[in-house]
Design a protein around this ligand. Structure first.
Ligand code: PEP
Ligand code: MG
Length: 560
């Protein structure tokens, strides 16, 4: 994500006193009006977001607009005013918190995820009652600020305007939360999990959000300003003047919406290395059908006419809930029925998706990727579902892609360790470092407190990456990295040095990654790759990466 600089601005909250019995009907009316106002704002936000970030993100706010009129939220709040004399502000805050807590306690990930939306709606209504309406973080035009907060709701992020907000810095937050997804879709630089120290920074402190590395630079020096400012390109960047590469590596885009595919194409991505199909159907209560999916995949193909699109089959479960998932409640969702495990337990879901993919562009090669594969049996079973899907399409008289490449994500250490076995049966690997790090280091990827452990700079993770590349080489298989590590300018050259052939990153990072690779020779990267395999600590890996980034560069004029 692009970098940005500005002074710091903090958000705030407030409360109201109790209400006399005679004033309670009036207070109820005030709450009803605020709820209606919130519902209208959210509907408008859904409409605007549709154009700025796509239908999938807009759906989040359509659902929130419904919650603002939901009796399950509204009635307890009105009762609390009538019977307990609570003010409208307190009544809605308590009702939203209770409703959200109830949902958070339900043994269903879909409902748990809705809890965050209810809290978001409650805060919006409270903001309206307090007279804090839209654009709560507006600054003087032409003087954008970095917004610092403990955490932000997705709807607040969706309302941020680039002319006022240079970037967002959060003490908490996780990369897979709705707020981060919306920020990414809007091209807003974001740094998450910065800890409580962030909130102690004085208002107006000079800071830069380096969205590419997800860090906040406080009182940046001239060199840092220059380095980050050189990234100051339009939101997703443009393909104009992209640095050519002498290295044998393809830089592709990650996407979760048609809009993001378009952004990746505009930014010069050489294809889509990871299409997170589950994000296309975010917030859905019923599984998407064959016709709808086929039509959507056609739009995606059209948005990336000159490069391949690697479609990852639905990766729901874990921290990505979907109500059409029928698996039982789980004590450890990250270790539960997610990714291909779900697809194999609900083969109808997988078959419909594979049919839609096969039928979507029969004249183009199809790249299908399976998430969360742990065993060879899973791969073989999924391949059987793919073959069954092709038969079903053909017997319905539809043509299907004649060239189908099936690959797997390497996200689980078992798959990395068995890469030599898998390599004989797949067409490509794509290493999902976000999960591979989590499962290798036993450190929750959503925990900001464990960020030091949950990083691809850990030598154990890089040894797995190196092993996968060696296994893939024996069979001539390409190896991509599509986790966040691929977007790190420090990490990208190391990955290439380890044998990675494709880096798939958010559109906003395409330029920065190419810049990090430009002018480096393969020998130099390999030397650093060999060094990290000998490194004993993540600090040592970091040193090797930094030394590599400071190497003199050849001014290359040819390449990919
Ligand atoms: C990953 O795990 O690195 C990955 C790319 O998949 P996701 O982030 O969608 O789990
Ligand atoms: Mg993953």
């Amino acid at each position: 994500m692009r970098a940005s600089a500005g002074g710091l601005a903090h958000g705030s909250n407030g409360t109201r006193p109790r209400i006399e019995p005679a004033d309670r009907p009036g207070e109820q009316d005030r709450l009803r009006a605020a709820l209606e106002c919130a519902a209208e704002q959210l509907a408008r936000l859904a409409h605007e977001t549709q154009a700025r970030a796509g239908a999938e993100i807009a759906a989040i706010f359509e659902a929130q607009a419904m919650f603002a009129r939901d009796p399950a939220l509204v009635e307890p709040a009105l009762t609390a005013i009538a019977e307990e004399g609570r003010g409208a502000l307190e009544a809605i805050s308590v009702a939203a918190a209770m409703h959200a807590d109830t949902l958070a306690g339900v043994d269903d990930e879909y409902f748990r995820a809705r809890a965050a939306d209810i809290r978001d709606v409650g805060k919006r209504v409270a903001g309206i009652l307090e007279g804090r309406l839209e654009l709560p973080f507006q600054t003087s035009a032409g003087n954008p600020a970095v917004l610092a907060s403990d955490d932000l709701d997705a709807s607040v992020v969706a309302e941020l305007r680039r002319e006022f907000v240079a970037g967002v810095a959060l003490a908490g937050g996780t990369p897979s939360g709705h707020a981060a997804i919306v920020a990414r879709a809007l091209g807003i630089p974001l740094a998450l999990g910065l800890g409580e120290a962030l909130l102690l920074l004085p208002e107006g402190a000079e800071v830069i959000v380096d969205g590419t590395l997800g860090r906040l630079l406080v009182a940046p020096d001239a060199a840092e300003r220059l380095a980050i400012a050189s990234d100051g390109v339009p939101p997703a960047g443009s393909a104009l003047d992209l640095p050519p590469l002498a290295l044998p590596v393809v830089v592709e885009g990650n996407a979760g919406s048609v809009h993001e595919v378009e952004q990746a194409a505009t930014a010069g991505a050489q294809g889509i290395g990871l299409l997170r199909t589950e994000l296309l159907f975010l917030g859905r209560t019923v599984a998407p059908g064959l016709d709808e999916q086929r039509a959507l995949y056609r739009r995606i193909c059209a948005a990336m006419p000159n490069g391949p699109v690697v479609y990852r089959t639905l990766d729901v479960g874990g921290d990505k809930p979907a109500s059409y998932r029928t698996a039982a409640a789980e004590a450890n969702p990250a270790l539960g029925v997610r990714g291909v495990r779900l697809g194999l337990r609900q083969p109808q879901l997988l078959e419909v998706q594979l049919r839609a993919l096969l039928e979507s562009a029969p004249d183009r090669p199809l790249h299908v990727m399976l998430p969360m594969v742990a065993t060879l049996e899973e791969l073989r079973q999924a391949r059987a579902v793919l073959e069954q899907a092709a038969r079903a399409s053909r017997s319905a008289g539809l043509s299907v892609s004649s060239e189908v490449r099936l690959g797997i994500m390497i996200e689980i250490p078992s798959a990395a360790l068995m890469a030599d076995i898998f390599a004989a049966e797949v067409d490509f690997f794509s290493i999902g470092t976000n999960d591979l790090v989590q499962y290798t280091m036993a450190a929750d990827r959503t925990s900001s407190e464990l960020a030091d452990l949950a990083t691809a700079f850990q030598p154990a993770v890089l040894r797995l990456v190196g092993g996968v590349c060696r296994a893939a080489e024996q069979y001539g298989r390409p190896v991509a990295v599509c986790g966040e590590a691929a977007a790190s300018p420090l990490m990208a050259p190391l990955l290439v040095g380890l044998g990675v052939t494709h880096l798939s990153v958010a559109a906003q990072s395409v330029r920065a990654v190419r810049q990090a690779l430009a002018g480096l020779s393969l020998d130099v990267c390999r030397e650093a790759g060999a060094a990290v395999l000998r490194a004993q600590t993540s600090a040592a890996v970091q040193e090797i990466a930094e030394a590599l980034s400071l190497r003199p560069r050849a001014s290359s004029t040819s390449g990919s």
